[in-house]
Design a protein around this ligand. Structure first.
Ligand SMILES: Nc1ncnc2c1ncn2[C@@H]1O[C@H](COP(=O)(O)OP(=O)(O)OP(=O)(O)O)[C@@H](O)[C@H]1O
Ligand SMILES: [Mg+2]
Length: 276
């Protein structure tokens, strides 16, 4: 499998007045092309710092990040890197720059110097993908949170990235807005084969990820499939992390002596177990 991103012995230190704070310690992992990789961790574990390092918004204090073989320390490559690996943050209001939806989506490719006819095509396609075509002439501030976040995603899509990093992109949305955005992200991963790096505090969102990396105090504490990770209810609790509600229910029933396997992730699996 081709590697989309390579993280090699990555360290990052914030400089605060006289003090140094190490946010990422000697971290190494690869992200494979087409993968849906989830990253979880308690507040302050280094997720956002890592996200910003992955597309070169900040540079490693030591070690390297390679995005499609391009080193984020290489200033000449920084626009190529940002085009290959886009990032969507938590607050959609901070990511929208224009006063009309379609102008906002066009902003990225315009900055990349894409020609007008091609921009038109990309904007239409991106809005179609996030199911927001009918809102193209609207003002972004008249949209709901979920709609605004989908516009922010369209803005990234119009740059045709191979990989998109989402840093708690659904955290400020209500449950229906969260579902809209998440189904759009799953579609990108499954249909367009876009590599997804998905940072979240909502465990239910990542039960069908390909892999989960758990961060703790700037280091990788655990990694594995959702089943492998969520089977470990107590180690996760020690890292101040939860498991999906249905997994917790299965775990508690098992503790009461009921014969249920570890790492039940979905309601359907639970129903299957109980019926048996
Ligand atoms: N600009 C900054 N200056 C100094 N320290 C910072 C800065 N940003 C983050 N930190 C520190 O770096 C560590 C990692 O922060 P980071 O924002 O990456 O965590 P996070 O896992 O994204 O947390 P959250 O779940 O709250 O979003 C924390 O100890 C934090 O206090
Ligand atoms: Mg964060």
């Amino acid at each position: 499998m081709q590697k989309a991103i390579q993280v090699k012995n990555l360290c990052y230190k914030y400089q605060k007045d006289e003090e140094e704070l190490t946010a990422i310690y000697d971290m190494s992992f690869d992200v494979y092309e087409g993968e849906f990789l989830a990253i979880i961790g308690h507040n302050g574990s280094g997720k956002s710092t890592l996200a910003k390092l992955l597309n070169g918004i900040i540079k490693p204090s030591s070690g390297d990040v390679l995005v499609y073989e391009m080193n984020t320390k290489d200033e000449d490559k920084i626009w190529d890197i940002r085009q290959k690996a886009g990032i969507v943050f938590q607050n959609p209001d901070n990511q929208i720059v224009a006063t009309i939806v379609e102008e906002d989506v066009a902003f990225g490719p315009e900055n990349l110097g894409v020609e007008q006819k091609e921009i038109r095509k990309r904007v239409d396609e991106a809005l179609e993908t996030v199911k927001m075509s009918q809102y193209k002439d609207r003002k972004p501030h008249q949209l709901s949170g979920g709609q605004k976040q989908r516009i922010a995603i369209a803005g990234i899509l119009a740059m045709q990235p191979k990989c998109i990093i989402f840093d708690e992109a659904t955290a400020m949305l209500d449950p229906s807005g969260r579902d809209e955005v998440l189904s759009c992200i799953r579609h990108l991963n499954k249909e367009n084969k876009t590599t997804i790096l998905y940072i979240t505090h909502y465990m239910e969102e990542i039960v069908d990820a390909d892999r989960i990396i758990v961060l703790n105090k700037g280091e990788i504490a655990m990694q594995g499939t959702p089943k492998e990770i969520f089977s470990q209810v107590e180690p996760l609790q020690q890292l101040q992390l939860d498991v999906p509600n249905i997994t917790k229910l299965a775990y508690m029933l098992k503790k009461e002596g009921i014969n249920i396997p570890d790492g039940v992730l979905t309601v359907d699996e639970m129903v299957g177990c109980i019926c048996r």
